[in-house]
Design a protein around this ligand. Structure first.
Ligand code: FES
Ligand SMILES: [Fe+2]
Length: 440
């Protein structure tokens, strides 16, 4: 097991942890505020542009559109990846409308051609340019690009901090999970009629679990006194929920069906845990440690005991959540709509380790092949039913976002009244304000 060396969390008990900046409704619907986010935050942070597995060969590229910007990430001959704005240096035409592809970039306006290295290699009438042939002298404009966790990242800030510094300490927290080599078995995007910040708010607290996700209490302890809440200097957070039944059940410490199934899956007899269901967590850890490798779960060998049972939610400032479980990782992300702050896209990716002898995997959308998924756009808007996700926790979260978006417009809402366990919700807004007001 790897030793975790990391930046210590900010002390949330410190009276100076929060300034108390109000979380006003206009932050979720005002175009002026959205413009400030673009000017001072989105153009400075690192963005996830795709998965490395999408671009294995030289010249393979993936395109990420963000608001009105578009960035191309291209695999280079030396194996690295470079990123360029998707705009022709001649007259600004967008070079590609594909989300991924391979080969040179041929401009559809006057035919300029750029190679994988971004350098212009063909121009019509090259002798007709002042200073001579622009080929070899002109390049697509490059932006910082790097990889971590199998994700390709880019920033629109030419002076961006190094990716690992920006992400610190998240890579250390994932030291035991080789997510770089895991497989994206679900690659979905939904449209949601809510501001993008609902996910950052929502995934930074577990206070909503008993109300919004009552089904989770069978195997997730949402008690805030048992939950670890951490905030890091860069604006990232971690929340760890114990993988055991909640004491909020109708009959606390009874073994409900979901928990019984989890115990049985590891050859434990649920009746042994009647009246002491929560003891099953340690028993599960012992069984998973003992039987994991022979069942193909080789990755368990690197996990510490808690990683075998508990739920690790990492919110990466500003808009990515990585939830690591014993089964794999959920990737959640919202991105703002190009013109309407009351809309966003929500990405859900399931990223899992390959298990020897297993060619399918159970996901929140049912059983899926253990292979790289195709992109699926799923219309949701303000609540369109999604047949294969009817009871999923994810749809429960989205439906709340719609109702909250409506409430933010009310003159009856002026600021959040937060419990102590939700302090990272306000902290997120304060970090955002730090960007907007020039403190970061
Ligand atoms: S705009 Fe691209 S070749 Fe003219
Ligand atoms: Fe939720």
């Amino acid at each position: 097991m790897a030793t975790i060396m990391r930046t210590p969390p900010v002390d949330a008990g410190d009276p100076n942890f929060l300034r108390g900046d109000p979380i006003t409704g206009d932050r979720y619907y005002s175009k002026e505020f959205a413009q400030k986010e673009w000017d001072h935050m989105w153009t400075r942070v690192w963005h996830v542009g795709g998965r490395e597995s999408q671009i294995p060969e030289t010249g393979d590229y993936v395109v990420h559109n963000f608001l009105r910007e578009s960035v191309i990430m291209v695999r280079q001959a030396n194996g690295g990846i470079r990123a360029f704005y998707n705009s022709c240096r001649h007259r600004g035409n967008r070079l590609t409308w594909s989300s991924e592809g391979s080969g040179d970039f041929v401009c559809s306006y006057h035919g300029w051609v750029y190679g994988a290295d971004g350098v212009l290699k063909h121009a019509q009438d090259p002798d007709d340019f002042e200073g001579g042939d622009p080929c070899g002298r002109v390049s697509m404009v490059e932006v910082p690009c790097d990889t971590w966790g199998g994700f390709v990242w880019y920033s629109m800030d030419p002076n961006a901090p190094a990716l690992l510094d920006f992400l610190d300490p998240i890579p250390d927290l994932f030291a035991n999970r080789p997510i770089k080599d895991w497989v994206r078995v679900i690659w979905r995007q939904f449209d949601v009629d809510a501001n993008w910040k609902f996910t950052s708010d929502n995934f930074n607290e577990s206070y909503h679990l008993p109300t919004v996700h009552p089904q989770l209490r069978a195997n997730t302890d949402e008690d805030y006194k048992a939950t670890v809440f951490e905030a890091y200097p860069n604006g990232h957070n971690r929340m760890i929920e114990l993988g055991q039944p909640s004491m909020r059940a109708d009959v606390p410490n009874a073994v409900e069906d979901v928990w019984a199934g989890m115990l049985q899956a590891w050859d434990l007899d649920p009746t042994d845990f009647e009246g002491r269901a929560r003891d099953g967590r340690i028993a599960l850890q012992e069984q998973m440690r003992k039987l994991g490798s022979e069942r193909g779960f080789k990755h368990y060998e690197a996990y510490d005991d808690n990683e075998l049972t508990d739920y690790f939610h990492h919110t990466l400032f500003p808009n990515v959540t990585l939830t690591a479980t014993f089964e794999g990782m959920h990737f959640f992300r919202t991105e703002p709509h190009p013109t309407d702050p009351e809309k966003c896209t929500f990405d859900y990716w399931a990223i899992v380790p390959r298990i020897e002898g297993q060619d399918t995997v159970m996901t929140i959308c049912g059983e899926r092949p253990m292979e790289e998924a195709e992109f699926e756009f799923v219309p949701y808007g303000s609540g369109q039913p999604i047949p294969d996700m009817m009871d999923s926790f994810l749809i429960q979260d989205l439906s709340v976002a719609i109702g909250q978006q409506a409430g933010f417009h009310s003159r009856g809402y002026t600021d959040a009244i937060l419990s102590g366990q939700e302090s990272r919700v306000r902290r997120f807004h304060e970090v955002l304000n730090d960007y907007i007001e020039g403190r970061r």
